[in-house]
Design a protein around this ligand. Structure first.
Ligand code: TAP
Length: 478
């Protein structure tokens, strides 16, 4: 079993407490690595390393900053197979999906922001003769990135590249439940020639490492991805030091199926919207709103395809892997019971898998129909492989139901009517809308939440705004 330390100031370090914890394979329940358990003293060490590293980074010519980030992407592509194994080991997603994450998502994000690092331009502001005013984008300093477990490198590569591109040093706190995919980020940065201390990785509990990052006066921005309750807590605590806060919180997307669709393509797309990564994706589409005229046929085909998905360990490349932890398994099974008690009809799945998979946290694709949009099973984020099917009669009704949730992260729709596609997209209250292909898009498209799903936008060139502050310089030259 491999041991991993904290990554501080360009080297692997033991935790100040000397403690460790086990990273666990959710497909077997067995430990797969031992990891140093960070604490508040380690946060102090990381801030002490990051502060001068940020200054060194800011002093580099921007072409060099850009080239160094580009080298990080090249190293990720070179080591993609090894990094994909780490990403899968304790998070449970398929090895294929993890490979895609490293090559096409994480490396691509570093490339994208490498290209932006030397284009953070300000503006000239007209005043009057003899005066000149202009704006300059300056980095915040040190930023902290608190990420969840559903794809550690996927999550870390979202906010770290724009923060670095803007001239900041970063401290990443991955989730204890799954973190190995992100553990090598600091080592990759060092190999790419970034200053020691610019990228630090501190695993440890949210209640100690996470809170210490939020409270630390030497940290100037917090980017958090996770639950609404913790996001709210972070925002309250960050007020004490007036940190910039970006929150990417939960979602409960509606997937609206109109009657004029290509049924085979829509069923297949909706299957992956609901069950990719065992439904543990914030922009999953588990809430299927299906036009009443096709609900029966759609449901039959959707259930048949759900039952055909192969379920098993991510390392064996099954179409669906386990839930990340025993805790998440318990939450999903509890929500399935809630759905049954509310009167929804369970069409398939609904129980933990046994046999050869009994030691892992496996729940098969689960589908409910006869669901009312006001039921908890439809309103709450299950964050597991549980889809609900809700019929609708009119476009207005579908839009109203889609928006009738506290969340506003993503929604999607399937139609062959171009006018309807744009009309419905304009009425959906969410930061992202997918039309005729779930998850389509790229790092170039801003992502984030309306309503309780968050504050701020990640991805897209706007993401660097999270990590810069604007200065206006006013000059009398006449
Ligand atoms: P959380 O419990 O909120 O944990 C997320 C991260 O915050 C973990 O690293 C956790 O550390 C840390 N944390 C916990 N308490 C903290 C505190 N008081 N102060 C600072 N940090 C703290 O969420 P989760 O259950 O792991 O993740 C699932 C949720 O994340 C779902 O609601 C899902 O929708 C959301 N999510 C959203 C997105 C986007 S992009 N919007 C993406 C993925 C997931 P430890 O767990 O190590 O203690």
């Amino acid at each position: 079993m491999k041991n991993y330390g904290l990554y501080i100031a360009g080297s692997w370090e033991e935790a100040a407490s000397g403690q460790t914890f086990d990273a666990t394979d959710p497909a077997t329940g067995q430990p797969v690595a031992r990891v140093a358990l960070g604490g508040p003293q380690d946060v102090d060490r990381a801030v002490a390393a990051a502060t001068p590293a940020a200054k060194e980074w800011q002093a580099l010519p921007l072409s060099e900053r850009s080239a160094a980030l580009y080298r990080m992407a090249q190293i990720m592509r070179r080591d993609a197979d090894e990094l994909a194994v780490l990403e899968t080991l304790d998070s449970g997603g398929s090895l294929y999906y993890s490979g895609v994450t490293i090559r096409d998502v994480a490396a691509r994000r570093f490339e994208y922001f490498a290209g932006l690092a030397d284009k953070l331009e300000g503006e000239q502001i007209p005043l009057r003769d003899g005066y000149l005013a202009y704006t300059v984008r300056e980095p915040l300093g040190v930023t902290a990135h608190i990420i969840p477990w559903n794809g550690p490198m996927w999550e870390a590569s979202r906010s770290v590249p724009p923060a670095l591109a803007a001239g900041n040093a970063v401290i990443v706190k991955p989730a204890q439940e799954a973190l190995l995919g992100a553990i090598k980020l600091g080592e990759i940065a060092k190999e790419a020639g970034l200053p020691d201390g610019l990228v630090n990785v501190i695993p440890g509990p949210g209640s100690s490492v996470g809170q210490a990052l939020v409270d630390h006066p030497g940290i100037h921005g917090i980017t958090f991805t996770g639950s609404v309750a913790v996001g709210q807590d972070i925002m309250r605590r960050a007020a004490a030091t007036l940190k910039r806060v970006v929150l990417e919180l939960g979602g409960n997307a509606a997937n609206i199926v109109f009657p004029d669709v290509d049924m085979a393509q829509t069923v297949e797309g909706s299957i992956w919207a609901a069950f990719s990564n065992a439904g543990q994706i914030c922009v999953s589409g588990p809430r299927l709103l299906v036009h009443e005229s096709i609900a029966e046929e759609f449901t039959e085909r959707f259930v048949a395809r759900a039952e055909s998905l192969s379920v098993g360990p991510g390392m064996e490349n099954h179409e669906m892997g386990p839930l990340v932890s025993e805790k998440q398994l318990a939450r999903v099974l509890e929500m399935i019971e809630v759905g049954k008690a509310e009167g929804a009809r369970l069409l398939t799945g609904g129980a933990r898998l046994g046999g050869a998979l009994a030691n892992g946290y496996f729940v098969p694709p689960t589908v409910f129909d006869r669901v009312d949009n006001r039921m908890r099973i439809a309103q709450e984020e299950v964050f597991g492989p549980v889809a609900t099917i809700i019929p609708f009669a009119s476009e207005d009704e579908a839009i109203a139901m889609a928006n009738d949730t506290p969340y506003g992260l993503a929604n999607g729709l399937w139609t062959s009517d171009l006018g309807r596609a744009h009309r419905v997209a304009s009425h959906l209250q969410s930061g992202q809308v997918y039309v005729n292909e779930w998850f389509c898009g790229d790092i170039s498209c801003p992502a984030g939440g309306y309503k309780m799903s968050g504050i701020g936008r990640e991805e897209g060139r706007q993401a660097v705004d999270n990590y810069t502050q604007l200065k206006s310089v006013r000059v009398k030259w006449g």
